[in-house]
Design a protein around this ligand. Structure first.
Ligand code: BG6
Length: 446
């Protein structure tokens, strides 16, 4: 899978902004330092702000870096293509759109008209549209100029190691594959909690809400990887086909929304805002594999902790032998995505010396202790590397985006949300018996 990277120009649109400074420039600097990209690749920052090459490097704290000379800046769109040409001969140009989403389409058109045509790949940040209509319009606009193979829609959750590992866990281990269905699994729960509230992003978040911000993209993608059929190969197209099949079969049965107390007084938030900062859903997948298995997802801001996890509860064993009273704990498979990455299998064990008394014990695997010292690229580094190699596996297709919007559309802007206290996970309004993941947090702690 480690295709080498051609001689490239990386153009960052919106290069004086926050994303470029926090994520992109550090990721690219690392790629130079690690020899992932050759020193004959170059970076061209672009933005409306007037900056010299030197001040662009200063802004990004890279003046001392030995690759600093590879970072250039060009103000405004005019002459951008010629500027790239003046920096050398490149086999491909990667354009990262770190821009306000409303200008994605028009910027793509202007780039194309300047000469950014063949050998160009566009990396597009989320949000990709704000509903089905806008996502369709954007796809249509982009496709007037670029083919699907040239468009890389980011979902940074797909670049998380522990999420990629879900494929390996499921399809490289024969031990789990046979139980991955409604014959054995009772329910699936996905939780994505955030400690922080909306902070400085009130302007964006108040128009979006947590359903658009987290569920339509990250959590639906995660769910698709967790439940899809095995693709026939690791070809990105084959994986997309299987994820699409899940999205098509997905049914939202219930959705409850809430807002944290004090949200309306956050900076740049409307004082009468009805935007949801927490949402939980009960879903089903209408397929032979999953019919009858409730899938619960919940996500929220300011709920006291940062944690993303999956809890899979297996069905009860028959009321025989050790479960005559129907009180034997059910097996669970717990996948923690962050802050720690771990997989725990919760199972019954005889208490030594007892007369067949049973307790629950864990078999656990913790990424950080099993792979100590491994160099794990940050999500943006991974995504940039893949785009440079032309690998679309971790990027979302036009069809997937539209289908996700189509499914979520009836649940956008649902009216007045209930309130919850900041710093706490709100009480559930669904029939879910949520697994307390904090009880398992110890497995990765030193
Ligand atoms: C982003 C959302 O896509 O994902 C943010 O816009 C959210 O609101 C973030 O905080 C969560 O990502 P992570 O990687 O911190 O779980």
């Amino acid at each position: 899978m480690n295709k080498s990277i051609k001689r490239s120009a990386i153009v960052i649109m919106g290069a004086s902004g926050d994303l470029a400074q926090r994520k992109l420039i550090p990721a690219i600097t690392k790629m130079y330092e690690q020899g992932v990209i050759e020193k004959n690749c170059c970076v061209l920052g672009n933005g409306r702000t007037e900056l010299s090459n030197e001040s662009f490097r200063e802004l990004n704290n890279i003046t001392e870096n030995k690759f600093a000379g590879n970072f250039h800046y060009h103000q405004g769109l005019d002459g951008l293509y010629d500027k790239v040409q003046s920096l050398g001969q490149f086999e491909q140009i990667i354009v990262f759109m770190a821009l306000p989403p409303r200008v994605y389409g028009s910027t793509a058109e202007q780039l194309y008209n300047q000469g950014f045509k063949e050998n160009v790949r566009l990396i597009i940040e989320k949000p990709f549209g704000t509903d089905l209509k806008t996502a369709r319009e954007l796809n249509k606009k982009l496709k007037q100029f670029y083919t699907e193979k040239q468009i890389y829609r980011i979902d940074h959750y797909l670049a998380k190691e522990s999420i990629q590992n879900i494929l390996v866990f499921r399809f490289a281990n024969n031990i789990f594959y046979p139980v991955w269905n409604n014959g054995f699994i009772e329910s699936i729960q996905i939780s994505a909690f955030e400690e922080l509230g909306v902070e400085s992003r009130g302007d964006y978040f108040d128009k979006a809400g947590i359903i658009r911000d987290m569920i339509q993209n990250h959590l639906f993608q995660l769910l698709a990887l967790l439940t899809m059929e095995a693709p026939v190969s690791l070809d990105p197209e084959e994986i997309r086909i299987q994820k699409m099949a899940i999205l098509k079969a997905l049914e939202i049965k219930e959705c409850k929304i809430k807002q944290y107390e004090g949200y309306q007084s956050e900076p740049k938030v409307d004082e009468n805002s009805q935007t949801e900062t927490y949402a939980e859903m009960k879903l089903g997948i209408n397929s032979f594999r999953w019919t009858g298995v409730p899938i619960y997802i919940r996500t929220g801001k300011a709920v006291g902790e940062k944690m993303t996890s999956i809890a899979i509860t297996l069905k009860k064993v028959p009321r025989l032998l050790f479960n005559k009273e129907n009180d034997l704990k059910q097996n669970k498979i717990l996948i923690q995505i962050q802050p720690d990455s771990s997989i725990i299998i919760d199972h019954s064990t005889k208490i030594p010396g007892s007369d067949m008394e049973i307790t629950t014990t864990d078999m656990d695997f913790c990424f950080s202790s099993s792979f100590e010292g491994h160099n794990i690229p940050d999500a943006y580094q991974k995504l940039l590397q893949d785009a440079l190699r032309g690998d679309q596996t971790l990027f979302v297709s036009a069809e997937e985006t539209e289908l996700s919007w189509e499914k979520i559309e009836p649940y956008l802007d649902m009216g007045e949300p209930g309130l919850y206290r900041k710093g706490r996970v709100p009480r559930s309004d669904l029939d879910a018996d949520w697994v307390d993941m904090s009880a398992y947090a110890g497995s990765c702690q030193s």
